[in-house]
Design a protein around this ligand. Structure first.
Ligand code: C2E
Ligand code: CA
Ligand code: CA
Ligand code: CA
Length: 279
């Protein structure tokens, strides 16, 4: 269970520690303090339009500025947060902070939308849709400038409460994005009847798309499916100009990935189009 940082004391933050309840408890206690002491930070990754490369929105990605361990990526503490239920206040913190950041970039003249990742556990909390709507009203942000990203696990049919929350949020005009599409359990029936505005194709399919015919077939089908459902489609994990070019040619609407920008604090996001020319 050595953490990827390779130091001995980071071990407790490894998501692989599921078999060690006391380690989970330590992470949970520390994480609770982190929320109180404001140790979490948000980085933002641009989402760009194809083929132009103009920034359309930013996705908030949480990090933990840990006093001993440095900047921890979400993979090192979100599993413990999900496990303990701390993900609920954590997401509420992220929403509040990200909406405040968005009003700052709006004040500088950028009309970028904001995407926030939401756990299925938030969606099960009664009153979550109203909480989000109240936050938007407080900050004075129009509903359509917020997109909530949910994974397919939030859509499985026995989670009626989550599905009802998504329906309510979507009906209010908030964007609903299906994250990591194709990577998990995909029951297409779950998409039916839900107010999905965006489907994000998981980067495992995007990575090889310039050369691998099977990935190409999958990505083409997801684009057709998304458009058939009236949704936009975004490719994640775009790292090369070849992949970007191919996606633009097959009609993918938006893209995200290291080619356009890594997650950074919002003032460092490059506001100019970043699609490289590929002649
Ligand atoms: P995600 O929502 O699928 O976010 C995309 C992840 O892929 C991010 O990792 C991002 O840094 C990384 N990425 C972006 N472009 C590229 C690329 O071109 N190549 C490669 N190899 N990777 C790329 P990150 O920031 O470590 O986040 C990991 C996951 O943690 C996210 O996956 C999301 O599921 C979760 N997460 C992050 N922030 C939050 C949050 O505030 N709330 C919740 N509930 N989950 C979050
Ligand atoms: Ca996401
Ligand atoms: Ca994703
Ligand atoms: Ca992903």
């Amino acid at each position: 269970y050595q953490g990827k940082r390779g130091t001995a004391d980071i071990v407790i933050f490894s998501g692989a520690g599921a078999g060690h309840p006391h380690q989970w408890l330590m992470v949970q206690a520390e994480l609770r303090h982190a929320l109180e002491r404001d140790e979490l930070v948000l980085h933002y990754q641009p989402k760009v339009g194809l083929p132009g490369g103009e920034v359309r929105g930013l996705e908030a990605l949480v990090r933990w500025q840990h006093p001993q361990h440095g900047l921890l990526p979400p993979g090192e503490f979100l599993p413990a947060a999900e496990h303990s239920g701390l993900i609920v206040p954590l997401t509420e913190w992220v929403l509040r902070r990200a909406l405040a950041d968005q009003s700052c970039w709006t004040a500088t003249g950028q009309d970028w939308a904001l995407s926030v990742n939401v756990s299925a556990r938030n969606l099960e909390v009664p009153g979550f849709p109203q909480f989000v709507l109240n936050l938007l009203a407080e900050v004075g942000t129009p509903v359509h400038r917020l997109i909530l990203e949910v994974t397919e696990t939030a859509l499985v049919s026995d989670m009626d409460a989550a599905v009802r929350a998504i329906a309510q949020l979507g009906a209010s005009g908030i964007g609903i994005s299906v994250d990591d599409f194709g990577a998990g359990y995909t029951g297409l029936s779950q998409l039916r009847g839900l107010p999905i505005t965006e489907i994000k194709i998981d980067r495992v399919f995007v990575a090889d798309v310039a050369h691998d015919p099977q990935s190409q077939a999958i990505v083409r089908s997801v684009i057709e499916l998304a458009h058939g459902l009236g949704s936009r489609v975004t490719a994640e994990g775009v790292e090369t100009p070849e992949v970007c070019q191919w996606l633009a040619e097959v009609g993918c609407d938006e893209a995200q990935g290291y080619l356009f920008g890594r997650p950074v604090p919002w003032p460092q996001v490059s506001p100019v189009p970043v699609v490289p020319s590929t002649e």
